[in-house]
Design a protein around this ligand. Sequence first.
Ligand SMILES: [Zn+2]
Length: 232
Amino acid sequence: MSADNIVILTGAGISAESGLGTFRDEGGLWAQHRIEDVATPEGFAANPQLVHDFYNARRAQSLEATPNAAHVALARLEAEHKGRVSIVTQNVDGLHEAAGSKAVMHMHGALDGALCAACDHRWSAPLVMQPADLCPNCGQPTTRPDIVWFGEMPYQMDQIWQHLRDADLFVAIGTSGNVYPAAAFVQDADRYGAHTVELNLEASATISDFAEARFGKASEIVPAWVDEVLGG
Ligand SMILES: [Zn+2]
């Protein structure tokens, strides 16, 4: 398989085998909360302590998690593929970076980031964030996790669309196909001429938009796919 520019979209499914759950899982952190309460600007305004506690717990959990074979395989692809490999992730964990990937765009933010709601200053989040924390730039107690919540604009969209336009191969791994705009990336990439592949535990909501699909555990099908790309 020859593909100079490879764009990879990753979702919660790639981190599930590293022990990080999502709001669609039963049990776990998300199950104890309503999405509206912990993943919207309105929820944060209503109860910042609850929201900080929730992300503090997710941050602690993600720091204990380790990359699995799928993350490792994608880092190897970036290191060994002769063309460009870019990862667009919906995940807020740092497992791609922990595995060694360099070109990672966190469209939904990251747990290790802090953001000032007043002045937009960004810095590294401490392990535990509190509503009373002061922004190091403007001094206001308006710090929040640097996470894109429901109803907010994802990050780096111009850059992501540019990558999709330039893509020869677009691969979505472990995504539900339910969250936009990421769910439409396959159509964007296809329109600009990329071959499209879904790698997933089960078919996503947008499976019919993909030219090719493989199903199984990410830790098995992603390394196998990477071997094919590097060997072809
Ligand atoms: Zn500030």
